[in-house]
Design a protein around this ligand. Sequence first.
Ligand code: PLP
Ligand code: MN
Length: 371
Amino acid sequence: MAPWNAATPGDAIADIDTPALILDLDAFERNLERMAQAVKGRNVRLRPHAKSHKCPEIALRQIALGAVGICCQKVSEAAVFVDAGVRDILITNEIVGAAKIRHLMELAAKAAIGVLVDHPSQVHELARAALQADTPLDVYIEVDVGAHRCGVRPGEDAVHLADLISASPPLRFAGLHCYHGSAQHLRQPQDRAAAIAGAAALSLMTKQDIEARGIAVDIVTGAGTGSFIHERDSGVYNELQPGSYVFMDRDYGDNQRGEGDVAFEHALFVLTTVMSGPAAERAVVDAGLKASSVDSGMPTVWQRPDLHYLKASDKHGVLKTDAGAALALGEKLMLVPGHCDPTVNLYDTLICVRDGKVEALWPVAARGAVL
Ligand code: PLP
Ligand code: MN
């Protein structure tokens, strides 16, 4: 059987088979442009996180608009982007284990690659591999500036690691990774500002402690879509890693926007079809949790405040319909996913639309790259 595509360029949006992942190109391009403007002339560089889109077409557009490169979360994800021609990638993770480090060094032979460490044994393993491959590798110390995920404590522990990396050529100590993930979805703008003020203070203290040893700290990198204006304006961070801004999702849409926050638009949707209407106040669509990730809550129905996505099972989405809501079997609806990154990872293809038509199909080439 020939591959069954949800759409072909030139199709009307109404004819796209569902469930399907839709990119509104006009909104997407405005998001890229707004981010480029937001960092222009600010003494910070942009290194967007590609785990959100996993799509080389998007990474190359971000770089064309001024990004210095991209972030990836996984070595196998980075491999897809190196193959597509991206030449500068920061893997924002600790890389542990012989197989991963072997692949990492293969990538470092083809592109500028950076990785994170938060323990001396990672430095030893990386140094051994880099020496054997005779390949330089940028190493960043991950500092826990409030998210309590990975990362050494600010201050002394980071200084020890900086000493060790500096004494381990061909590793190159590149700087500090100070991402404050849990600040991103604080709903109130003043809470996000306060969280990043704290993160920036810890980052600065750590930077100064390392510099006091005579070791240069070239880069302080971090930030996501929710908080990046604060890292940008901190005077401490000089590289930003937002990812979700290209798409926006319901969870980011629920953040209250404050002064200076950039108005990004929803550009990513899941197109779905009403397949059953068993009761007056209920309808069922063909997009469940295998079509729209629900880890950050349910999707909303785009421009239909009279419809409420109540619950998702594998392949069904149950909507509550307000009294008087007109809804026909076979009708197509656009969902705004709760969380963009894992939703994109459910699809092979982004169906790019403009003016009511399918304009392009972009492969989600790094889909499922979990190693
Ligand atoms: N940097 C790191 C290390 C991350 O883990 C993430 C996302 O979780 C980001 C940047 C980008 O965040 P967002 O997609 O919320 O903009
Ligand atoms: Mn995310």
